[in-house]
Design a protein around this ligand. Structure first.
Ligand code: TXA
Ligand code: MG
Length: 319
């Protein structure tokens, strides 16, 4: 069973030996391995049961470090890197051959990110190679936002998990690429689209889902899903509960009058979309483990991080 601790040297030693380590970031916990070591990368895919057509994000601690395996950055990418790294932004950048094709699933762009977490930044400096790290959950399940989430699902397969506490943002990074100088968002996430528009002076296009071969396969339907059924409910009208069963209602910031109080859970008691983002995956895991046969859920205000929250909820509901 994985140990949870704060020994950065130990984590670095394991990574240098080709092993995997659970790492904290400000978005979600990652399952990290040496991005330049094909065997370590293969181990990431097998540990997560992840199909090899779904590429991995490469993490480092300084933008210059990406230069060894990327080239020809669009000007807008440079702007976003300067504005938001370290932070919840992943940039798709043209790739050089040095990086194994396995990491990018044959894509000609590689996803790069500098996470904003002191422990992981220190680890990245200690190992001196980039870390490939998908979210540390079995493929298709909700991302982990606590070290205990990682241990519960992958603990048998991972020797060590660095404890960085509860993730500050709670949703995965926003993935941005460019066509010419047009910014395109491939996954809504911890950096709001509004911030990208402001920094680049351009309205980003959204290309997040729909087809069979999305640019970011994480946007395939039924991602981020708890095991039990999740149903989105309208503000006005609640559906009929299954006969003889109580269901859980995950409401935004206030309890409803037309539903048993004891079965209601609030995503953001303080009424901020950032709070909803921080709590979302924790609450979905919690309700998944409780006795309810299904989960009903309200959408949150569709602005800032609320758009990314709603996107996750729609995916979890299979819509
Ligand atoms: O916040 C995050 O981004 C977290 C933390 C650990 O950094 N990582 C994360 O990784 O969410 P993952 O693997 O769960 O999601 C990465 C997404 C996937 O949907 C993948 O398809 C997409 O990024 N992606 C990775 N590399 C790509 C590439 N070269 N081209 C297009 N999409 C890519
Ligand atoms: Mg993931």
């Amino acid at each position: 069973m994985a140990e949870i601790g704060i020994n950065i040297d130990r984590a670095a030693r394991l990574l240098k030996a080709g092993r995997l380590v659970g790492i904290p970031t400000e978005t979600v916990y990652g399952l990290a391995g040496n991005a330049l070591d094909e065997e370590a990368v293969l181990r990431i895919f097998s540990t997560k049961d992840r199909p090899k057509f779904d590429p991995l994000i490469v993490h480092s601690w300084a933008a210059e470090r990406f230069q060894a395996f990327t080239e020809n950055w669009p000007a807008g990418a440079q702007t976003l890197a300067e504005a938001f790294w370290p932070g919840p932004l992943t940039l798709l950048l043209p790739k050089k051959p040095l990086l194994p094709d396995l990491v990018t699933a044959g894509n000609d762009r590689v996803a790069c990110r500098i996470p904003n977490h002191p422990i992981t930044l220190e680890l990245l400096q200690a190992v001196d190679f980039p870390l490939a790290a998908p979210s540390a959950n079995p493929f298709g399940y909700v991302s982990p936002t606590l070290p205990q989430h990682v241990a519960a699902q992958l603990g048998e397969k991972v020797p060590y998990i660095l404890d960085g506490g509860s993730c500050e943002i709670g949703l995965e990074s926003t993935i941005v690429g460019f066509e010419g100088e047009q910014p395109i968002i491939y996954r809504l996430g911890g950096l709001p689209a509004e911030a990208i528009a402001e920094a680049t002076g351009q309205q980003p296009l959204l290309q997040t889902s729909g087809n069979q071969h999305p640019a970011a396969p994480g946007m395939l339907r039924s991602h981020y899903a708890p095991h039990k059924g999740l149903l989105l409910v309208q503000e006005q009208l609640l559906p009929q509960a299954p006969k003889g069963h109580k269901v859980a209602l995950l409401a935004y910031n206030a309890c409803r009058q037309d539903f048993p109080r004891e079965d209601q859970y609030l995503l953001a008691p303080g009424g901020l979309v950032e709070e909803a983002a921080r709590n979302l995956f924790k609450m979905l895991r919690l309700l998944d483990e409780m006795d309810y046969p299904e989960i009903w859920c309200e959408l949150v205000p569709d602005e800032g991080l609320g758009r990314a929250v709603n996107e996750r909820l729609r995916k979890a509901a299979g819509e």
